[in-house]
Design a protein around this ligand. Sequence first.
Ligand code: BDP
Length: 328
Amino acid sequence: MQFSRRDYLLSMAALCAQGSKALARNVTGAMTAADVHPKGYPTVEAVRWIGETLERETQGRLRIQVYFSGQLGRESETIELSRLGALDITRVNFAALNNAFPRTQIFSLPYVFDSVAHMRRAVDGNVGRIVLDGFSARDLVGLAIYDAGMRCFYNVRRPVVTPKDLHGLKLRVPGSDIFIQFVRALGANPTPLPVNEVYSALQTHLIDGAENNWRTFHSSRQFEVAKYWSHSEHSHSPEALLMSRKSFEGLSHSDRELVLAVAKESVPYMRGLWDRMEAESREAVLKGGVQAVDVDRAAFKSAVQPVLRHYLERHDLHDLHAAVRALA
Ligand code: BDP
């Protein structure tokens, strides 16, 4: 059974009023999870896979109802709902966490990873563990880190090959100071907006462009309006799968272990979907008339160096960065 966002919030309010401990369980008794992406997106499918696996392993005792397409709000809102215990699980990009959880900045900074393989080594190893563990101080449990491809710039105006070509363009960025600062360092005007508002902002020319991966560019249909893609690969900012600490602590010890183990197993499953769907999306948008160009990568990298240097003055990020670079 599918509930609207309003139904969900009303049932949450009713449960809160009763002082129920299981705040986040929706009226069907399943755990609730939120994602801004539509059904079929690799992150949504990975969380559905976790739900099906849990259901099978526990004979239906643990289940997950995934609210996709932003039905439960923006990423900043679902993070807060999870911290409060009004939502069990949220899947968000690290960019949405950067300001409130400073350790997450290590994965969103520009040009910290040389390749997807490098990013996977870092998130699968100690650095990933340290970053996931950092969430517990703020009422969340880090369950997994998923791929989000390589973010690139695109716009409605012109081919962009060097940072100079970005000058004067108004570019949408996620609500992260890192993104605001490096887009400014490249000479463009950063405009923070929630992801689900980017398509219409491009259409109405409120903005000239944005940056994201092939899959989001495709599934959000932004490619229909922004025809110039620049292969900048400036950030690999991955996805975080987070659980409310309240919900997690409401589970028995063995259920906690099971949830952690199944979330871990969902990473290779998600990567399989990601690799296939990213390639499909790339092909589809190119067929749809998008013109993709290679950029002067060295010029992009050097223009954002002051931003990187500024963040790496912090000891925690400096050490994490050294550990990430050692895996290059
Ligand atoms: C996409 C992420 C999504 C973010 C979005 C953004 O999957 O979680 O909301 O980027 O740019 O790649 O905000």
